[in-house]
Design a protein around this ligand. Structure first.
Ligand code: ADP
Ligand code: MG
Length: 238
């Protein structure tokens, strides 16, 4: 670990898909325990930015550093071991495996007992202990999102990226997710959250970053963002 380096620093990353510029020179860093909201209209590059940070995609330009370590272009598994873990907009569970096996399969430690302890903590925090022996396919969409979050916790991350984790879930599940974020941030875990639920954003985010057409067009606290003309333009189109 390098004290003095932020847990996550994204530096001028860019990604093109053919003629489309999905992410166009984005820089963003986050401190330990900070919750940063990434918002913006559909297609503005939010999920691509997460892919670039977590190793699902290699940036065409720019760098990603975790605690000062340059992880640009590293494969996802290696980045996950270095401390960044994400959820997907569509949960990426093994649907014909139990919740238990889905969680244990995500464990990074070779020590079985520690993995099981970590699983018990995640099950309790996410209130899914009662479905631990159910197949993932038997769960509701919201419960699948909780298991997806649990899989992230199994990797002992320093930085967690949540991609629309509360979209379409029951209010009870939303509350569980909110509680888990609050609890984990107190342990120093950094969060980047892509979130459309503005109540949730207002409640949990220390800072917001607004993307439009691959660029950050505004940054600040909720009040600042709510009154920003660039943000209105981004959402209303041009
Ligand atoms: P958001 O998450 O903000 O809705 P995305 O990052 O998913 O936005 O997409 C940003 C832009 O990049 C969109 O125009 C989208 O169509 C395009 N895009 C994303 N992923 C791919 C891909 N794998 N291939 C081609 N185009 C992509
Ligand atoms: Mg997206």
């Amino acid at each position: 670990k390098s004290p003095g380096h932020p847990p996550l620093a994204i530096e001028s990353v860019a990604k093109h898909f053919g003629g489309i510029t999905a992410v166009d020179g984005v820089s963003l860093s986050a401190d330990a325990g900070e919750v940063v909201g990434v918002i913006g209209p559909n297609g503005s590059g939010k999920s691509t930015l997460f892919n670039l940070a977590a190793g699902g995609l290699k940036p065409d330009a720019g760098k990603v550093r975790l605690q000062g370590i340059d992880v640009t272009g590293w494969p996802t598994w290696k980045i996950a071991r270095t401390g960044i873990s994400r959820t997907f907009q569509i949960p990426s569970l093994f649907i014909n495996m139990t919740v238990r096996d889905n969680l244990l399969a995500a464990a990074v430690e070779g020590d079985w007992q520690r993995a099981r302890d970590r699983m018990e903590d995640a099950l309790e925090m996410l209130e899914i202990s009662h479905v631990v022996d159910n197949l993932a396919t038997e769960l509701s969409g919201g419960q699948q999102k909780l298991v997806e979050f649990g899989r992230v916790c199994m990797r002992d991350p320093k930085v967690i990226l949540l991609d629309e984790v509360t979209a379409g879930v029951h209010p009870n599940i939303r509350q569980i997710i909110l509680g888990a974020i609050q609890r984990l941030r107190k342990t120093g875990i950094t969060f980047l959250v892509i979130e459309h639920d503005m109540e949730m954003v207002k409640e949990i985010c220390d800072r917001l970053v607004v993307m439009d057409q691959g660029k950050i067009v505004a940054e600040g606290d909720f009040e600042t963002i709510a009154n920003d003309t660039n943000v209105r333009k981004a959402y209303l189109g041009r």
